[in-house]
Design a protein around this ligand. Structure first.
Ligand SMILES: [Zn+2]
Length: 276
């Protein structure tokens, strides 16, 4: 009787110990999650120092690699859109749309066409499912934008709204911009440009997209001094209608930037839906 009582006591002590440990581990996990939410982990470029050529196709099956339509500065100099039929109209040529209504930025570079070959990769990267692609995608961006980034003083990402950043936990444009700036020796300003209201562009036409993002960006007084008279390269993942990039460039130029250029991973040229 006494032995069984002692055994019961030991059993309950062991259970309490295990419960405590579980509780502690749960608390630790919850705290880690909370910290991750408040201070998003955003360094996925650990493999960035690998050999550049090895990273250009890393993470892609050869069949997928061959389907990617890489651009080579052979489209419109201002919006990076390829000309009809793949024609090359000369260095610095502008498309009809940019001639009629120029963007405030001077030039745009895109690594590839946004189509079925890359939409899954870019979406996976944005959503955090394919962060392993970050080193490869930054190499694409770096190669496409090398000439405009070489002339720049500052590299900065198109910002997310703080609520979107909290939800997604990282800004995919910043994940592209930061390692490129570091490798090419340019100043990286990740927080100077701010998105002051949430903007959902999906499913909207060009005019609606522009009205949606116009005036949605701002630069703090202190950061105005940092960008004054500086040449800036804006980085984003996809150039769709250019409305967001136009709004960002407008804001930067009004705040005193000397010039703005644009560098993106992919240029949407067909009516392929690009989730934001
Ligand atoms: Zn153009």
């Amino acid at each position: 009787m006494r032995i069984s009582s002692r055994l019961g006591q030991i059993r309950s002590e062991v259970k309490a110990f295990v419960d405590d440990r579980l509780t502690l581990s749960h608390i630790r996990a919850s705290m880690a999650h909370a910290l991750d939410t408040v201070f998003p982990p955003h360094r996925f470029d650990s493999a960035e120092d690998a050999a550049p050529e090895a990273l250009l196709g890393a993470g892609l099956a050869s069949a997928n690699w061959s389907r990617v339509r890489f651009l080579d500065h052979d489209g419109c100099d201002m919006c990076a859109r390829p000309f009809e039929g793949g024609l090359f109209l000369g260095v610095g040529a502008h498309c009809n749309d940019c001639t009629d209504k120029p963007f405030p930025f001077r030039q745009a570079r895109a690594a590839c066409v946004y189509d079925e070959a890359v939409s899954g990769l870019i979406l996976g990267f944005k959503n955090g499912d394919r962060l392993d692609l970050a080193p490869m995608l930054t190499r694409w961006l770096e190669r496409a934008g090398a000439d405009v980034i070489a002339e720049a003083d500052i590299v900065m990402p198109v910002p997310l709204h703080p609520w979107r950043l909290l939800h997604r936990r990282f800004n995919q444009a910043a994940e592209l911009a930061r390692p490129v700036a570091r490798r090419l020796g340019r100043t990286y300003l990740g927080n100077a440009l701010k998105r002051t209201r949430q903007t959902h562009q999906r499913g909207k036409g060009a005019q609606a997209r522009w009205e949606n993002v116009r005036g949605a960006f701002a630069i703090g007084q202190r950061d105005r001094k940092r960008i004054k008279d500086k040449r800036i390269v804006l980085i984003d993942d996809v150039f769709t209608t250019g409305a967001t990039l136009r709004a960002c460039a407008d804001t930067l130029l009004k705040a005193g930037a000397a010039s703005v250029d644009v560098c993106v991973l992919a240029r949407a040229i067909l009516s392929v839906s690009v989730p934001k």
